[in-house]
Design a protein around this ligand. Structure first.
Ligand SMILES: [Ca+2]
Length: 186
């Protein structure tokens, strides 16, 4: 091994002595290259849980004026349209599912009655029931997509934790797909 590296004992001692004397010794050590057979640790990437086959793919976002990035009116992209969620039967369990799907560790609270302002367009979900373990809001039960007796004054909002899930990669493939379709078939 020593021959392979082109060192003998004397060289090694001399080098260690030199490094220990050098004020840059520590810095040099930090950048010591990884040796063959000791691969660099893989980057930490969060793998989102699998979505069940019968659950549609949706996109979520938080919206509204005067808010922090980790709070807002819940908006759902489904069937090519952004819509909102009604506050009927909403719970902290549903808020947890939404916040995790957006990459936050958990929910802190939720707010009824369009506290972040009224949304527009469809009210996609009403009477949402989640147990908190769902991997996506789309897996929670509701009256059915767009089936509602609510008005936008009942749009629900959530406050998520400041802390994000380490390594979470935001999946906006659904929106990218739509944009590509629009560009190809204007
Ligand atoms: Ca309702």
């Amino acid at each position: 091994m020593e021959r392979f590296l082109g060192f003998n004992h004397n060289h090694c001692f001399f080098m260690l002595f030199f490094i220990s004397l050098s004020p840059l010794g520590l810095a040099q050590y930090e950048y010591w290259p990884y040796l063959p057979g000791y691969p660099e640790p893989p980057p930490q990437v969060y793998q989102p849980p699998q979505r069940p086959a019968n659950v549609p793919k949706i996109q979520l976002r938080l919206a509204g004026q005067k808010r922090k990035h980790n709070e807002g009116r819940v908006e759902v992209f489904y069937s090519g349209e952004w819509g909102t969620v009604c506050d009927d039967d909403f719970s902290i369990h549903a808020a947890h599912v939404i916040c995790r799907e957006l990459g936050y560790v958990e929910a802190v609270s939720w707010l009824p009655s369009s506290k972040y302002g009224k949304g527009e367009g469809k009210i996609w979900m009403d009477n949402v029931h989640c147990n908190g373990k769902e991997t996506t809001l789309a897996a929670c039960t509701s009256n059915g997509w767009g089936v509602t007796d609510c008005k936008h004054t009942e749009d629900v909002g959530v406050v998520c934790s400041e802390k994000r899930i380490p390594g979470f990669k935001f999946d906006n493939s659904l929106l990218n797909q739509i944009e590509v379709n629009v560009l190809q078939n204007p």
